[in-house]
Design a protein around this ligand. Structure first.
Ligand SMILES: [Zn+2]
Length: 129
């Protein structure tokens, strides 16, 4: 099991966890990013945003527009005939990539872009993205 204790004191850790806790986020995953357990933008299949080879975790940050976020997604009024199939293909592709990783024994984590920017502003994760 992953453990931050060797890097952060208990107090610091609970401080971090309390700041990033919210119903939509995955605090453990974000905390891992803070600790730089992940490599950023590896040249791997499906272009994950972060990867941890040792633990076999890939992390995707889903853009609100490109991945049709239920909160922010807005298909442009003009050219709907172009955008709808394009975005559908994008989602299908993302599912295929996710499935391929899972079949190979990887854990796949997805974070919405809007979750990330919220966290970055609050905690100044300058180096995260
Ligand atoms: Zn969003």
């Amino acid at each position: 099991m992953w453990n931050m204790a060797d890097i952060f004191s208990k107090k610091k850790r609970s401080e971090i966890m309390s700041k990033i806790r919210s119903k939509d986020t995955k605090p453990e995953i974000i905390a891992k990013l803070i600790l730089k357990e992940f490599e950023y933008q590896p040249k791997e299949f499906g272009r994950p945003d972060f990867i941890n080879y040792k633990k076999k975790i890939v992390l995707f940050i889903d853009g609100c527009f490109w991945h049709c976020c239920p909160i922010h997604s807005k298909i442009p009024e003009q050219n709907k005939g172009y955008w709808i199939p394009k975005l559908e293909r994008n989602l299908t592709r993302a599912k295929e990539v996710e499935m391929a990783y899972k079949m190979a024994g990887w854990r796949v984590v997805r974070i919405w872009e809007h979750e990330l920017s919220k966290l970055r502003n609050r905690l100044s994760f300058q180096k995260l993205v």
